[in-house]
Structure formats: structure tokens, C-alpha cells
Design a protein around this ligand. Structure first.
Ligand SMILES: Cc1ncc(COP(=O)(O)O)c(C=O)c1O
Length: 403
């Protein structure tokens, strides 16, 4: 048997909860990726909205290697300099007063949901424990977060599930008005539903959630794991909406490719977690915190965020031009560089087929459900990468409509 590392090893040795592409990426720089055979791809997926500054960004490499030389891990019996810097910069640049660090989006949401339950218990009593979430939402894969997510296919096989969780239609003000009560402890919402189809929230819906939460003493949690850290052209998407959450969760782009998650909260909520209430071994480790700090420094600049908006218009224009020629998409949606293209009726269910053809043509793209092609490229993707990416997408669309 050959000792060369092969894709078949995935099927042989790994738990089959993913179905990765047949090629194996081995090297990446900026918005380009190369596989084992040396084939080159343009990356419009950004590691699923993670590689905010592209692959192997020089400035991130510099802080990571410097931190590697000084200290990797000390455990939470001690704090460390990079995490203190990161907490300070996040607090100074958001609505929040305090931050809890972890390693992923699901863990950030797990912390948010737990602190919301404890806040309600401590302040109002055990009756106030209902969590309201929205149909089609996605909040992670722990048992709590998968149950709160609004896609039963991800939770139904793991019963018994956590209780007192309700799912209401997204963007439906009347539905939540009719449902929310004094038993509601928190409402969790994605400002743009990501995995579930790239569906932006109506500003009026988010405003109504804020008002209803205030009326019923419930906490409003924004899951900004996909929309945060410059993705929508704002540092966090809530800034554009004019609605401030009580709790915000962040991950993905925050580490620019290094795993980190964060829960941002107001002071009065933070106080209900005392030593022992919640924890993590790796959360806030110096390596992740050093990289994330540099990501925040680079992304949260007016010129950088303006660049995201410019690229948004560029992507939409090019998608519209292509669609005038190939008539594959019924709608283009999204903000900043989180973009979704809904397939026309006759192509429903074929998003994966299209993204597979795109990969054959040398373009890495994402899907968001069976009917939506999704792009979440590096926020600093360069003109040449955009040109080449769309040329390859055109080749893919030509084949897609023929096949
Ligand atoms: C909105 C949202 N919340 C939570 C998660 C879960 O994050 P992770 O996979 O890092 O646990 C994701 C991941 O796709 C997400 O898009």
C-alpha cells in the first residue's frame, strides 16, 4: 500500500460526519489554494467565513510566530497578556463590558445560553427558562446549540433534548409577539441566517425583538459567529441595525483561521458567572488570542471595512452580469462578503452539483442548504482573484446549464 497520504484515508480512518471534496488542499496563500496535484483554486469560501484576511497572512504569521516563541499555554489558573489585550480591544469597540473566550462558535453559544438561563434563574426564578430561536437558524453542534438551532434534522437523532426551546418563523414579528411571555429568558437570532440560506433579518424585525425582550425582561442574543468581524462591512453586523443585543457571540473570522470563540456581554449579565460557573481548558489561550487581537486591529479600520463594501458591490455586479447570461439564480442576497445566490426553480436541489463543478473549474465556493450557492471569501480578496474566480464561475455555469 502506498504511503502517500490519500483522500481514501478519510473514508478508512475518519468518522464519516463530513463528506469532503475528493482533492486535498495542501498549501494556501491569500485567496489561492493548491491541492496535492499542484492544481490551483481561487477561494471564494474563506474556510466558511473564517479566513478573514486570507490564507497565511503575513501580519498574522508574524504575531503567531512571535507568540510561539514566547508561550503557548498556561491554563486558566493564570491569565496571559494576549488575552487581556484582546478582551480590552473587544470591549472598547463594542456594546459589551465583559468577554468570555472559548474555542468555537458552538461553545460561544453554549456559554451565551447558559448565562442567559442563570441570569433569569438568579433574577426572576426558575419559571423563566424558555429560549426562543428561529426556524432554519444554525447555532452549533453541541446538544444545547443543536437543539436551539432551527433545523430539526440536526437534533432529532439525539433525544432526549434540552427542554423549553421554541422555534418561530424568522422575520415574523406577529409570531413572536404572540408567543413571547414572562417565561422567556432569551431570544437568540442570527442577524443574517448563514448556513440556513443567507437570509438577512428585516431591520424592523430586529427592532421588534429588542422591544419585546425589554417588555418581557428577556435577554437578546445576537449570534454573530458568521456575520461578525467585518464580514458585513461593519465590525459587527448589529452596528448597522441600530439594535444592541445583551449578549453577542463571535468565532469564525475572529481568529482569521486560528480557532477561537468569544461571548461578549453587558456587566450585569457577566456578574452571574462566578468562578466555577463555567469554564474551558483552552479558551483564551495565548496563541489564539494573539492572532485574534491582530485580526481585530487590521479589520476594524474604516478603510478596511469600506473595502469590504466595495467588494460587495463588485461581487453583486459580476453575479448579476453572469446571471443575465445564464439565468441560473432567482435572487442574490447578503451583505458585505456574505453572499447567497438562490437557484432558479428548475435547478432546485442542485447547489452542491454547481459547487462541485466550480471546484473542477478551479473555484472553491460554498453552499447554504440545497438551493443556495454561498460566497464568504477573504475580506481583503484582491482584484485579480475576483477576476479569475468569476471567469472560473462562468466556465462552471456554462457546464451546469448544459448538464
Ligand atoms: C451562525 C453560526 N453559529 C454557530 C456556528 C457554529 O460554530 P462552530 O462550527 O465554530 O462551532 C456557526 C457555524 O457555521 C454559525 O454559522
Amino acid at each position: 500500500m502506498s504511503n502517500t497520504i490519500q483522500r481514501s484515508w478519510f473514508d478508512q480512518y475518519m468518522v464519516p460526519c463530513f463528506s469532503p471534496a475528493q482533492f486535498i488542499p495542501v498549501r494556501a496563500k491569500g485567496s489561492r489554494v493548491w491541492d496535492q496535484e499542484g492544481k490551483e483554486y481561487v477561494d471564494f469560501a474563506g474556510g466558511i467565513a473564517v479566513n478573514s484576511l486570507g490564507h497565511a497572512n503575513d501580519e498574522l504569521k508574524k504575531v503567531l510566530t512571535s507568540q510561539i516563541e514566547s508561550m503557548w499555554h498556561v491554563g486558566n489558573g493564570y491569565t496571559n497578556e494576549p488575552v487581556l489585550k484582546l478582551a480590552k480591544i473587544l470591549v472598547e469597540n463594542t456594546f459589551a463590558d465583559k468577554v468570555f473566550f472559548c474555542n468555537s462558535g458552538a461553545e460561544a453559544n453554549e456559554a451565551a445560553l447558559k448565562i442567559a438561563r442563570k441570569y433569569a434563574l438568579d433574577k426572576y426564578g426558575s419559571h423563566k427558562n424558555e429560549i426562543i430561536s428561529f426556524e432554519n437558524s444554525f447555532h452549533g453542534r453541541t446538544l444545547f446549540t443543536v437543539t436551539v438551532g432551527g433545523q430539526p434534522k440536526y437534533s432529532q437523532d439525539f433525544a432526549p433534548l434540552p427542554q423549553q426551546i421554541s422555534h418561530l418563523p424568522y422575520n415574523d414579528i406577529d409570531a413572536i409577539k404572540a408567543h413571547i411571555s414572562e417565561n422567556t429568558c432569551a431570544v437568540i437570532v442570527e442577524p443574517i441566517i448563514g448556513e440556513g440560506g443567507v437570509i438577512p433579518a428585516d431591520p424592523a424585525f430586529l427592532k421588534a425583538l429588542r422591544e419585546l425582550c425589554d417588555q418581557h425582561q428577556a435577554l437578546l442574543i445576537f449570534d454573530e459567529i458568521q456575520t461578525g468581524v467585518g464580514r458585513t462591512g461593519y465590525f459587527y453586523a448589529y452596528e448597522e441595525t441600530g439594535v444592541e443585543p445583551d449578549i453577542l457571540t463571535s468565532a469564525k473570522g475572529l481568529g482569521g483561521g486560528f480557532p477561537i470563540g468569544a461571548m461578549l456581554v453587558k456587566q450585569s449579565i457577566a456578574e452571574v458567572f462566578q468562578p466555577g460557573s463555567h469554564g474551558t481548558t483552552f479558551g483564551g489561550n495565548p496563541l489564539a488570542a494573539a492572532v485574534a487581537n491582530q485580526v481585530v486591529v487590521l479589520v476594524n479600520q474604516p478603510e478596511f471595512l469600506a473595502g469590504v463594501q466595495e467588494r460587495h458591490h463588485e461581487f453583486i455586479k459580476r453575479m448579476s452580469d453572469l446571471n443575465q447570461r445564464y439565468h441560473v439564480f432567482s435572487e442574490l442576497r447578503g451583505k458585505g462578503l456574505l453572499l447567497g445566490a438562490e437557484l432558479e426553480k428548475k435547478y432546485q436541489g442542485k447547489a452542491k452539483t454547481l459547487s462541485n463543478i466550480a471546484a473542477e473549474e478551479g473555484l472553491i465556493a460554498l453552499i447554504a442548504g440545497p438551493n443556495v450557492l454561498r460566497f464568504a471569501p477573504a475580506l481583503n480578496i484582491e482584484e485579480q482573484d475576483i477576476n479569475d474566480g468569476f471567469a472560473r464561475l462562468e466556465n462552471a455555469l456554462k457546464r451546469f446549464v448544459q448538464e
